[in-house]
Design a protein around this ligand. Structure first.
Ligand SMILES: Nc1ncnc2c1ncn2[C@@H]1O[C@H](COP(=O)(O)OP(=O)(O)O)[C@@H](O)[C@H]1O
Ligand SMILES: [Mg+2]
Length: 366
């Protein structure tokens, strides 16, 4: 069947749509398109602080996602049978906190599936994360199930690294069984770099294309060490991070360091790569031989350079070398996860999320 996977990540750069033909355990990506969020919409999501706007955005995103799917379908001449929509995360708190006398974990992805279904006439699988949280997991990461399917190797220890707003890694030991997969958010991906670039250029640039600005700066080793001293990087997986950790407040603290803007961008870029290297070094049961990079950060040559410097024993390559378009990876992954839900198959890896058991993810809007 043809599944349209729809993804928008924490970068808030826009909507990715991949139409994937899936048969049993085989799949083929037939179309992929990205649609940028209008700047005002992006700001509205970033500044979201009241319930009426939350409800409005929820429905508005449903409309925008529907338009993105319809446009991808029209332009490719492909008609999907099912939509698998991750939605836009507006809040994620994978670990329980005390709230009104009880312990609560929660997550919230928005984009109303009823609108998507109504506009497209297609069934929709949405809201993948809550069921894993209900089963005692952190609701993230979910892509490791797909990484296992795509990249597991009988003889080599591999790591699939996605560098979106946040960077997350799936470690696949040689010949791993599902319960041996280790996955976690290593720390920031592009989120901190993006914010610094936006500040430095007064909003003229949204990201460091190719890593050119970072290349023009010098890493400040003292600041890098201090950033890496945070206890998060030593915390055992499962663990997940978000805009809550690396958003505006984090960036304000960095700006107070008084470094030259390009040096700060260079340091943030090295920080992303160093946090990955620390995570792989500490938590991989075997030396990682191959790092397979996807997400928008795969286009940042400087991140790749630092990864190679900090992981000298590993081969670091972009996922396209393994047949997966780095930009389409997560949209494809959610198409596959949606397909599993449609077939009523569990698709969380308890080893990755910390859930008590494997569960069928998501909600179906017929
Ligand atoms: N050509 C490029 N050079 C450097 N960075 C890029 C490039 N293209 C995209 N990016 C980075 O990737 C980010 C988007 O990555 P993406 O994988 O879509 O993240 P998310 O899943 O969080 O939306 C952008 O915000 C930007 O930082
Ligand atoms: Mg994105």
């Amino acid at each position: 069947m043809k599944v349209a996977g729809v993804m928008s990540g924490t970068s808030l750069d826009g909507i990715d749509v991949a139409i994937v033909e899936i048969r049993g355990r085989r799949f083929q990506v037939e179309a992929f398109r990205s649609f940028a969020y209008p700047p005002r919409l992006r700001q509205a999501i970033l500044n979201l602080d009241n319930v009426p706007d939350l409800a409005r955005l929820h429905f508005l995103l449903g409309e925008l996602y529907a338009e993105a799917v319809l446009k991808t379908s029209r332009e490719s001449g492909l008609r999907p049978d099912l939509i698998a929509c991750h939605g836009q995360t507006v809040y994620h708190q994978g670990r329980p906190v005390r709230f009104l006398g009880r312990r609560v974990s929660c997550t919230l992805q928005i984009a109303e599936a009823a609108v998507l279904a109504e506009r497209t006439g297609l069934p929709v699988v949405s809201d993948f994360r809550p069921r894993d949280i209900a089963a005692g997991g952190q609701g993230a990461p979910l892509v490791p199930y797909v990484d296992y399917w795509l990249f597991r190797h009988p003889k080599r220890c591999r790591a699939a690294l996605n560098i979106g707003g946040i960077a997350n890694v799936t470690i696949l030991p040689a010949g791993a069984k599902p319960h041996e997969v280790i996955a976690f958010d290593t720390g920031p991906g592009n989120m901190v770099i993006d914010a610094l670039v936006e500040r430095h250029t007064n909003g003229r640039l949204r990201f460091d294309r190719g890593g050119r600005l970072a290349r023009a700066g010098r890493v400040n080793p003292q600041l890098l060490d201090r950033l890496l001293a945070d206890s998060y990087y030593r915390l055992r997986p499962p663990k997940s991070a978000g805009r809550e950790q690396y958003g505006a407040a984090f960036v304000e603290r960095l700006l107070k360091e008084g470094l030259a803007p390009l040096d700060l961008i260079a340091t943030a870029t090295a920080f992303t790569a160093a946090a990955v290297a620390i995570g792989l070094g500490r938590f991989s049961p075997q030396p990682v031989e191959e790092v397979i990079v996807s997400g928008g950060g795969a286009h940042n040559q400087r991140i790749l350079d630092y990864l190679r410097a900090f992981l000298p024993q590993a081969r670091v390559a972009v996922s396209s070398e393994y047949g997966i378009d780095p930009d389409a990876k997560e949209a494809v992954a959610f198409a596959i996860l949606g397909y599993e839900t449609w077939r009523r198959r569990p698709a969380n890896l308890p080893s990755a999320t910390g859930a008590r058991r494997a569960v069928v993810l998501g909600k179906i809007t017929p």
